[in-house]
Write a protein that binds this ligand. Structure first.
Ligand code: FAD
Length: 597
């Protein structure tokens, strides 16, 4: 069973050479935070997640969390101790507002640390992830008293947070939710209703759980316009900060799932005994707006899961491929068997994993940096550009990376042969764990609709066109830097992307079935192109450093990886173009009653 070692050299390269983390230290909010000590911070995080969190991954999968008769939930052996150390070290706090106890680092740095946490134990990482979502929503929409009351302990991780949207009849269609909120004379609300699939909705890691719940007031308009957001704590909090009475919330059951067994996915009943006490966040009926605030960050965090779990699967597959002796090569003396890594097909699988993982890392980091600029740049135009880039990249990060997470963890199993299918190696856990990431936080299908709808519509398509122009400029730079193989492949991809984009704009994006039919292949084309662009930038930077005299094997491998991507993976963009521009006719040609054949 292999453990996880954070790929620090590649992480630092992506942070510094590709997305230029140092430029953030010029922003006033980050000038004092100590970004020059970033290497030391990442080194320490790497040690912590490798030694303390990673060993809990397997026990978490085998034991899972369990529901007790009294409605409490017990986490697997070692989780409480590991989580306590995580809180003690302050890893969850590093990117939050210092006014409430955060470390004030850019979100980009937080994402790099979260990558290590997620790869070390995805199921456990969901607890801080949901807590961070709650912090974002409260920071943006809570009043000052609420921030002072709830943020400090959420930021340290002493309390955890949850997001309660889903109900049996309200999944992708959040507007169909029916949980009720009735205003009391003192301004608080009584919440009644049932939420399903609530991640870490009940557990034993923290003293209190702060549920953020979407509900409807009695006279609210239908759909998403009539949704309000409430803070509903597991334990009420007294004025002196001590914990008071238990709120009227019960965990009825936890789901038995394909993966992330340690993450309790709860059915929560609010208000069986008269109503759970809730405090409104913002105005009545403004709940969806509040949710949208934290959506970009939450979706990026889910995209990060694709990267992180794929990376762990890659590390394990690589170790196995070096050790496993099987088959011969014509060039081996006396026909001796060779490690499977010597076979071209196994190399292809490993290189595919490596290239996509490095491309995903660059995309996720670029997306996180755009969030930092959108929130912290002193110049309004730069903030707007950061917002636009965030909006555009987020569905790519979420869907492209989680689809790849599924595909690459499957390749990880394939490299193991039969031992991959056998649970004892642990390769199957990665495949099972990551499967959910394409489903929650807005399914990947919904992300694709968002991309061809809201995102493509930004400035009538100009936000996309400008990014494609920038990618094309990188392609030209590669050609002049003697990396024409990579540059030419990138230019072909851009041309196909331009054709697909103009076709979708002409079809009206998400407003027609033809546009919607092309949404998922378009998202795949887009992600693959952006991934190719960022690896191409990596190759350019590596070449510059090599030309300046740095002779590292890591830099040479960067160029080779980008070349592999441009030869083996980027050409898929051209193959996807017909799927985007074929329209919906063939999807609907067979009526539902005839689909069974
Ligand atoms: C392990 C786990 C953890 C979760 N954690 C949380 C949590 O913490 N909090 C929370 O509130 N929820 C949570 N969820 C719920 C999750 O967000 C939903 O499952 C998800 O939004 C999809 O909703 P659904 O399951 O009802 O599927 P449906 O909405 O029924 O979708 C089924 C299929 O139809 C497609 N589809 C539906 N509508 C459209 C459309 N308009 N256009 C195109 N395709 C469409 C979907 O893409 C999907 O492929 C969790 C779920 C799981 C399984």
């Amino acid at each position: 069973m292999s453990e996880y070692s954070p790929p620090l050299e590649d992480m630092k390269f992506a942070l510094k050479q590709v997305v230029d983390v140092d430029s953030l230290s010029k922003l006033p909010d980050f000038s004092e935070v100590g970004l020059e000590a970033l290497d030391a911070l990442l080194d320490e995080a790497s040690r912590f997640f490798n030694e303390v969190i990673s060993p809990t991954n397997r026990t978490g999968d085998l034991e899972g969390s369990s529901l007790n008769d009294d409605g409490s939930v017990s986490t697997p052996t070692g989780f409480r101790e590991a989580y306590a150390q995580y809180v003690e070290a302050g890893w969850g706090a590093i990117s939050f507002d210092p006014e409430y106890g955060g470390g004030g680092f850019p979100w980009l740095v937080g994402i790099a640390v979260t990558e290590m946490l997620t790869a070390a134990n995805m199921a456990l990482s969901l607890n801080p992830m949901l807590t961070q979502g709650s912090i974002h929503a409260l920071s943006a929409h809570g009043d000052q008293d609420q921030k002072l009351a709830w943020l400090p302990k959420l930021i340290t991780g002493e309390w955890s947070g949850t997001m309660n949207l889903t109900e049996p009849q309200a999944g992708s269609d959040v507007g169909a939710l029916t949980t009720k909120a009735e205003r009391q004379e003192n301004g608080t609300y009584k919440i009644t209703g049932q939420k399903i699939y609530i991640t870490w909705g009940e557990h034993d890691l923290t003293d209190n759980i702060i549920h953020l719940v979407l509900a409807r007031t009695p006279d609210a308009p239908p759909g998403t316009k009539g949704i309000s957001l409430f803070i509903v704590p597991k334990f009420l909090v007294n004025d002196d900060g001590s914990l008071g009475d238990e709120n009227d919330i019960k965990c009825l059951s936890i789901e038995h799932k394909l993966g992330i067994h340690a993450s309790p996915t709860c059915v929560l009943q609010f208000g069986d005994n008269g109503g759970a006490l809730g405090y409104i966040v913002g105005e009545e009926n403004s709940g969806m707006r509040s949710m949208f605030t934290m959506m970009n960050q939450a979706r990026l965090a889910v995209g990060l899961e694709g990267l992180a779990v794929a990376d762990r699967a890659y590390q394990q597959a690589l170790d196995y491929a070096i050790e496993r002796m099987q088959g011969r090569r014509t060039d081996t003396p006396k026909g001796e068997s060779v490690p499977i890594i010597d076979h071209p097909d196994v190399r292809r699988m490993l290189m595919t994993m490596k290239a996509y993982i490095e491309a995903m890392r660059c995309l996720i980091y670029l997306n996180a940096k755009a969030i930092d600029i959108a929130h912290h740049h002193p110049d309004a135009e730069e903030r707007e550009r950061g917002n636009e880039l965030t909006d555009l990249l987020t569905p790519l990060s979420k869907s492209w990376c989680t689809d790849l997470g599924n595909e690459l963890t499957s390749l990880g199993i394939q490299i193991h042969g039969g031992m991959g299918f056998v649970e004892e190696t642990g390769a199957a856990q990665h495949y099972r764990d990551i499967r959910i990431a394409g489903i929650y936080e807005g399914t990947n299908g919904i992300q694709a609709v968002d991309l061809v709808g809201r995102k493509l519509a930004m400035r009538n398509g100009d936000v996309v066109r400008e990014l494609l122009t920038e990618i094309s400029e990188t392609a030209t730079n590669l050609i002049t830097a003697d990396l024409e193989g990579i540059g030419n492949a990138l230019e072909y991809a851009v041309k196909d992307m331009q054709e697909a984009t103009e076709w979708l704009v002409e079809k009206g994006g998400a407003s027609t079935d033809d546009g919607l039919a092309g949404a998922t292949p378009y998202l795949r084309m887009f992600g693959t192109t952006v991934g190719g662009w960022l690896l191409a930038k990596s190759a350019l930077q590596a070449k510059n450093l090599l030309d300046e005299g740095d002779d590292s094997e890591f830099l040479k491998a960067k160029i080779e990886t980008a070349l592999f991507y441009s030869e083996q993976l980027l050409p898929q963009v051209s193959g996807l173009l017909p799927s985007v521009i074929s329209g919906a006719r063939s999807l609907y040609a067979i009526t539902p009653d005839k689909l069974r054949g």
